[in-house]
Design a protein around this ligand. Structure first.
Ligand SMILES: [Fe+2]
Length: 436
């Protein structure tokens, strides 16, 4: 008499099949369950990123990570060659290596060895190649160029907040920026690099987006409020970056300056101390004193300040009067040229001052590069503005002329102005966008 299969038997049979299939998958793919976690380190160097030192003409910082089985790292470097690379003819520098644990809420803890070192004794305006690694596990050879001397034209790229869309939309923007300005000497970020501080998977997405660009062109970051967890700077920041430490003692790697030919670039950490809410707070007072000193001693023709919070906001019902109260008099006294900011997730550019007797007007810019947008306000300070637009900017300095251009993700020129200094140091502002 044939067996009658009840629904209960069928369910048991189906469960048995599923169980057998699962065991088979585990046997064939023993690490199958790690496929969904792309931010795990390995013995191979990854997240290789360049940062400038205070003297980028002759030195350069390199940072990368591996898993914790790799206890040391090296950088092999030499002048760029057009023939087969002979690794044995390289200079070799040993890294400083430390183990770091990254934890975001209940996501898996990521434990890595961060390797960092500085190449020194470089020549200005020179092409070099390098690779990082240890034993048999090396990166490919990367290529970089040091900035030139005083009269050489140079450019850099400026991004407002990446923050959102790091895996989906931001990659095409940074790649277009690289296409637009492949010889830029650095790329600058006005804070909020990722959305949730400490979240390693977001840093993975940002590094994936930048890929070899980060290993080829030095990157400079000022932190935003999303790069802090409460009052604590994301632990990734000073482990995976090696930014200058010439700022106030409590703000190493977030408040600093870098000198390029004809340009002093200054980062103010406006996310420290709870976004400057406490105007008598330590970070604000320290930075104010420090900014006064680095502007006083500056000998460069052009000065650009970057900070996350806008001096003038593009968003309705947002304003940062304390920032202006404490820092704007210094910017105007020392004739700072441009302030590059983010935070408001829209675009605004204009010349403004809270001082009606002011003779020197700073150009203020708010920009956004990621896909998080706020509604654009109607603020009178803005001479040009836009909402719902991912943008990157190029700034080129050639002798007494500074050219500023803002581009969309598809490469359309959106905004453009020029600053030109005459022999007396007087400055002429030309708004090419307004002329169109
Ligand atoms: Fe922000």
């Amino acid at each position: 008499m044939p067996t009658k299969y009840t629904s209960d038997m069928k369910n048991k049979f189906r469960l048995l099949l599923e169980y057998i299939s699962l065991i088979a998958i585990c046997l064939v793919f023993p690490s199958g369950f790690t496929f969904a976690q792309p931010n795990l380190p390995s013995v191979f160097p990854d997240r290789i990123i360049l940062n400038p030192t205070p003297d980028p003409l002759t030195s350069l910082a390199i940072t990368w990570r591996t898993d914790t089985t790799v206890h040391v790292g090296f950088c092999e470097w030499q002048l760029a060659t057009d023939t087969k690379i002979k690794a044995e003819e390289s200079n070799s520098v040993k890294s400083n290596t430390k183990t770091v644990e990254y934890q975001f809420k209940d996501e898996p803890k990521i434990i890595v060895n961060q390797h960092s070192l500085i190449l020194s004794g470089l020549l200005p305006s020179t092409e070099y190649i390098y690779r990082v690694g240890f034993d048999a596990n090396w990166s490919e050879w990367f290529q970089f160029r040091t900035p030139g001397k005083k009269n050489e034209e140079f450019s850099f790229v400026y991004f407002g907040d990446p923050q959102v869309g790091l895996k989906t939309e931001w990659p095409r923007l940074i790649r277009k920026a690289y296409q637009q300005c492949p010889d830029c000497r650095f790329m600058l970020y006005a804070g909020d690099i990722i959305n949730r501080a400490e979240r390693d998977i977001e840093w993975q997405e940002w590094f994936d987006a930048g890929s070899f660009i980060f290993s080829t062109i030095p990157q400079i970051m000022t932190p935003g409020n999303h790069d802090y967890s409460g009052l604590t700077l994301d632990h990734h920041w000073n482990s995976q970056f090696a930014q200058p430490t010439n700022g106030p003692s409590g703000l190493k790697g977030t408040c600093f300056f870098v000198d390029y030919p004809k340009l002093r670039l200054i980062s103010i950490d406006s996310a420290a101390g709870s976004e400057l809410e406490d105007e008598n707070g330590y970070p604000l007072q320290e930075q104010k004193t420090w900014l006064d000193s680095v502007l006083y001693t500056n000998k460069k023709e052009w000065v650009i300040v970057t900070t996350h919070l806008p001096f003038y906001s593009t968003k309705e019902n947002r304003d940062n009067p304390k920032l202006r109260k404490h820092f704007q008099p210094l910017l105007e006294k020392y004739k700072v040229d441009i302030v590059l900011t983010g935070h408001d997730h829209s675009y605004g550019r204009g010349r403004a001052s809270d001082n009606i007797n002011n003779k020197h007007t700073v150009v203020y810019v708010v920009s956004v590069s990621g896909s998080k947008f706020y509604l654009l306000g109607t603020k009178p300070w803005m001479e040009q503005s836009a909402g719902n637009l991912e943008l990157f900017q190029t700034i080129t300095i050639k002798e007494n002329i500074l050219m500023y251009k803002s581009y969309t993700a598809s490469g359309l020129l959106f905004d453009e102005f020029m600053l030109k200094r005459n022999g007396n140091g007087e400055k002429k502002f030309t708004d090419f966008k307004a002329q169109k």
